[in-house]
Ligand binder design. Structure first.
Ligand code: SAM
Length: 481
């Protein structure tokens, strides 16, 4: 988990393709131009609906947001966008076969599916560069900079201290540096009229801006209706709607509605609860862990109930954890034949094995890990065979293989947590002292992220320790009966 051995790639040494605009702060990022057009009026002029009580304003430390200037009843329609307002990549595949589109479509084909935000980002960059773009009133209102880790200085990437996230950040940085070369090659001999970005140079930093603008603001909604009646997944940017900030306890939600003519799709926001005067609108971006919130959106949620810790299923590590927990001669690194079969069913051995397992979140212990521990700490195959795999995977199935087995499994996980905590170079107290001293906004985010990861591990340990105590006391009570 330690960061020290990772090779760091960072985009901060690249010239940002941004306009010098009003002074930015972490809580109020400057927009692309100092005084952008009025977004609400633009949406209304385009035939969209905006509830009269909605205003764009500063929303605590979340940047801009939509605030209610008066009470709004539950169920009210808040915003409605006609079909031509969302910015989609699709619109450029269907724009015809001119040179500009074919260059962009070819470039988009080189983007891996998991980085879908870059594909739509190409469209966004094109609209940003195009003089007289239809979407300029929207694009000019976008933040000039993003707080996602690809833009952190190298030291702050290390400051995240969590290998799975460092890996993802590095992967994105490397992709952007490679893709910059691809874009340059594709643009080098184009005639000025065929240049998709109005002749402007596109570097890794401007690509990163576009990818972050999309990952932090786009929604994956229904696209075209397919012949079987289902819809394809269509990422799109929703002007004005994307001013809504996130909450796990939202007061609004996005709905898609078929228009009167049945062909057009309307995207709306409706009030999910009554909204009080001066309350910000909040929608739920999804049940995401802090890795995704930081990577895609550039913020971290304190005490995020969906935050998880990623570990690798590794026999030697489990033997070490098990022995540290006082289990005598565990067999994780040399499972018997029947145990290997169970591991195979759990996808933890074999060619197609997925060794990534997680702790924390709603499940607390990933079912596959729990079942493996229970099975590998079991005395015999018969006791394991009595149970469905789903029972063995469930933490709410109380001690299916007996109290001693359960206590050994849970203690092993607690010891794994201790090992995982030991991989972080700093302790929470030290992190908090650093935050108190005052650090840059990217260091602050990195430190908050690692505090949350360590807290998530500690929460798992506390919860499992409680379970062990309860089981042990029940066992003592039974023995005394
Ligand atoms: C869809 S945009 C919302 C509008 C944005 N606040 C703005 O100023 O344009 C998403 C961005 O808002 C901020 N944000 C949204 N919800 C947040 C939250 N709960 N905590 C911190 N930042 C949040 C993050 O910067 C995120 O990338």
């Amino acid at each position: 988990m330690a960061a020290s051995k990772m090779v760091m790639a960072s985009l901060t040494h690249f010239r940002p393709l941004t306009c010098a605009a009003a002074a930015a702060s972490a809580s109020y990022p400057a927009r692309l131009v100092p005084h952008p057009p009025d977004l609400v009026k633009w949406v209304q002029r385009q035939g969209g609906f905006v509830h009269q009580a909605l205003k764009i304003a500063q929303d605590s430390s979340h940047g801009l947001g939509l605030l209610a200037s008066e009470e709004i009843p539950k169920g009210s329609e808040l915003i409605s966008l006609p079909e031509h307002i969302p910015l989609r990549f699709g619109s450029f595949e269907s724009d015809g076969g001119d040179e500009i589109n074919s260059v962009l479509v070819d470039l988009a084909r080189q983007i891996p599916e998991e980085l879908w935000a870059m594909k739509l980002g190409l469209k966004l960059l094109q609209e940003r560069a195009k003089v007289g773009s239809f979407w300029w009133p929207y694009v000019s209102n976008l933040p000039e900079a993003y707080s996602v880790p690809i833009f952190f200085p190298g030291d702050d990437i290390k400051n995240l201290q969590y290998a799975p996230l460092l890996y993802q950040v590095n992967k994105r940085c490397r992709f952007l540096l490679d893709f910059e070369q691809e874009v340059r090659r594709a643009l080098e001999n184009l005639k000025p009229n065929d240049h998709p970005f109005g002749g402007q140079d596109v570097d890794a930093s401007s690509l990163g801006w576009a990818m972050s603008a999309v990952s932090s603001r786009a929604f994956r909604l229904h696209g075209k209706r397919l012949p079987d009646g289902t819809y394809n997944d269509d990422p799109m940017m929703l002007p004005l709607i994307d001013m809504c900030n996130h909450s796990f306890d939202p007061n609004a939600r996005i709905v898609q509605e078929q228009g009167m003519d049945n062909a057009k799709m309307l995207v709306k926001v409706v009030a999910e609860t009554p909204i009080k005067q001066n309350d910000p609108l909040a929608i739920n971006y999804g049940q995401l862990n802090n890795d995704l919130f930081l990577l895609d959106y550039g913020f971290v949620i304190p005490s995020n109930p969906y935050d998880t810790i990623e570990l690798k299923y590794d026999g030697a590590l489990l033997d070490a954890a098990s022995m540290a927990a006082g289990v005598s001669s565990p067999s994780f690194s040399a499972p018997s034949l029947w145990q290997q079969q169970v591991l195979g069913q759990l996808g933890l051995v074999g060619e197609a094995a997925t060794l990534k397992v997680s702790l924390g979140g709603r499940e607390l212990v990933e079912g596959r890990l729990l079942a493996a521990l229970r099975a590998l700490l079991a005395k015999d195959v018969q006791s394991v065979e009595k149970h469905e795999l789903d029972t063995l995977k469930s933490l709410s199935a109380e001690a299916p293989l007996g109290v001693a087995n359960e206590v050994a499994a849970l203690r092993t996980i607690i010891a794994l947590c201790v090992i995982a905590l030991g991989h972080f170079p700093t302790k929470i107290m030290e992190d908090e002292a650093l935050l108190k001293k005052g650090v840059s906004s990217s260091s602050e985010l990195a430190i908050q992220f690692r505090i949350e990861k360590k807290s998530a591990i500690i929460d798992v340990m506390r919860n499992l320790t409680r379970r062990v105590k309860l089981l042990s006391s029940k066992e003592t009570a039974t023995a005394q009966d």
